[in-house]
Design a protein around this ligand. Structure first.
Ligand code: FES
Length: 119
């Protein structure tokens, strides 16, 4: 168990490692993100959490970035490294954006509007 002092964190990446995301290299994505954070010397800037399913399995591997509230789809170990570099510049990995947060999640990619309706 660890208790980090998270003051100064500018981004929190939630990396899905539910079963479908794991089938799409979710563990390798998590490793790639950690590696790139280390290479960039950004351990105190980007915090990561590996999660269970985030409910968008057809978009595996899913990574969510807060505080901006951007959901990314189809993240691979290679694009994961690009994502870290973009986040550090305050930018988005545009080609993988699924949802943005604008008074609620808004689909940016047409895939984001597909799926079961929640009751
Ligand atoms: S397993 Fe990642 S969204 Fe479902």
């Amino acid at each position: 168990m660890t208790t980090w002092n998270l003051q100064g964190t500018v981004s929190h990446l939630l990396i899905c490692n539910g079963s479908d995301c794991k089938k799409h290299k979710g563990e390798e994505v998590a490793d790639a993100i950690e590696d790139e954070i280390g290479k960039q010397g950004a351990n105190s800037l980007i915090h990561t959490t590996v999660t269970r399913c985030n409910g968008r399995c057809s978009d595996a591997c899913v990574v969510i970035s807060y505080p901006e509230g951007v959901w990314y789809r189809d993240i691979t170990p290679k694009s994961a490294k690009s994502l870290v570099r973009k986040v550090l510049k305050g930018e988005r990995l545009e080609e993988n954006v699924l949802y943005t947060y604008e008074e609620g999640l808004k689909a940016v990619n047409p895939k984001g509007a597909k799926g079961k309706k929640k009751k």
